[in-house]
Ligand binder design. Sequence first.
Ligand SMILES: [Zn+2]
Ligand SMILES: [Zn+2]
Length: 146
Amino acid sequence: MNATPTANAQRVETAGERTGGCLCSRIRFTARGPAVFAHTCACPHCQKLGGTPVMWWVGFETVTWTGEGGEPTWYETFEGEAKRGFCPTCGARLAAIDSDIPEIGINVTALDDTSGPDLVPIHASFRDNAVHWLPPVPATEHNTAG
Ligand SMILES: [Zn+2]
Ligand SMILES: [Zn+2]
């Protein structure tokens, strides 16, 4: 693209704030900061929780819950270490908090706009547990990590 430096700066600013929410829209959020370590995960928890062979995750520095439903309902997958957030009304998966990760995890599928190039997974976690009939995500984190 023929972007001027000014246009680039504006794009970065816009990319620093994203909105999303659950299917019924009672829970809404604004995520701020760069998209960190977009990846898929095929671990047994993601499969059971998501009702899907693979979940799609990305981290953000801060997430503000803005909808009438407030925060998601949290389910502790590992007590005191990891919890996963969902909407108690529609069941949509929204977020993850892990004690060893500084960012808050967001299910990319909960974002209003999932098209950003920084949301393309650079890593596939728990490949050993993945279904054989979906092609794996290429591990590109070593090429793209800044
Ligand atoms: Zn909902
Ligand atoms: Zn997982």
